[in-house]
Design a protein around this ligand. Sequence first.
Ligand SMILES: *Cc1c(COP(=O)(O)O)cnc(C)c1O
Length: 442
Amino acid sequence: MSSAADAVSRISQGISGVPAQVAAGRPTVWTNPARHDAHSALKQHQFGIEDVNAAAARWGRFAPLLVRLFPETARAGGIIDSDLAEVAMPLKSTLWEGRPGRLFVKMDHALPVTGCIKARGGFYEVLTHAESLAIKAGLISPGGDYGVLAGPPARQFFAERCLVVGSTGNLGFSVGVIGRALGFEVEVHMSGDAKTWKKDRLRRCGATVVEHEHDYGNAVASARRSAKVRSNCYFVDDENSIELFLGYAAAALDLKRQLAGAGITVSAAQPLVVFLPCGVGGAPGGITLGLKHLFGDAVHCIFVEPVAAPSMLVQLASGLEQSTSIYEIGLSNRTAADGLAVASASMLVARSVAQLVDAIVTVDDAELFRFAAQLHAGMSLRLEPSAAAGFAAVTPYSNSVGYAGRSPTAVVWTTGGALLPDIEFESILNRGRAIAAQPKVD
Ligand SMILES: *Cc1c(COP(=O)(O)O)cnc(C)c1O
């Protein structure tokens, strides 16, 4: 087949797998037809529970270093984790509408140091890279004290090396913060939709920001090219990175510990239902892998995407043979959720979670603002639009499954916003309040 004919057939196949409502940019609850029971999906999976445990162990090795680099993490012993907070009345009555069970927020919007979920994936990948360089150079030994990596000899060593990454903002910031703290040179390629304050903040931490007019995929491609022509340069590949994925996966162990601490049982009768905002998929995908290893079919993982950029839904619905894009079905990628403004999902993640994701919900931008304002009023959360996506999915998803006779524990994963400048946050709140004041049109 000629490549043009190939492309045409690919597009028509893509459209045939994607519900018309998704292609029309309308909010949808998509139940994953390829979902398998967790046992059979994980039996031969590329990543086992030992990989998740190994990631947690690496986080543990680095805890003494993180305390030295970021004193704000000292209280938690250098562990990068967030609180699990229960949504109480009266807010619960509007978000959970009299359903059985309990509703929690996993507050990664307030993760230490970066105020976003990328502290899990981005930090982890940079630490993995630094560990391997430092062991090879004899700066540390396996099992030794990694705290020495905060000292001058290690900084000098890292200063001769660079990190390059493409980002819509938050990944670049996380790589920038940890990379600069270790002494690396850091170059971040930012997509056109990246917010100015995110670029400014990166420059302040000493990273070089390269601005691009086009979308996230272009920023990543140009970062990849730049890394290739420079010496001693490491490319953090958001679209293909195993390290990012496993860094996120370790979060499942944190949630498990917190649920156990709160005396919450996870079972078929009391399922854990987790709502995860999805961009390229690394964060929600890694967490899903970890949670399925820990809880099997008793956990239901729901990805949430903007109606204009449902990249994972389109990829999973149209098959895993080739990478596809939301542009192919006529969607725009124009969304205020800059952290989720991604036209193509990571194929590594799509393949990893194709049989594990329970459902994907697409949500309107207006809902993101409405919930950001509501969660600020009710729980004083400081959320960026991307981070509020999970809340917008709770009611449509819950209505579609019904939870017949079961008593779920729902967890909405918030993913960024604690470090939003006041002026940015005020404008999100104002927009959210204005939307809440309007009668709902459908
Ligand atoms: C990156 C990001 C996500 C999604 O993570 P992916 O790995 O891109 O799927 C969600 N919310 C925020 C705020 C983010 O920055």
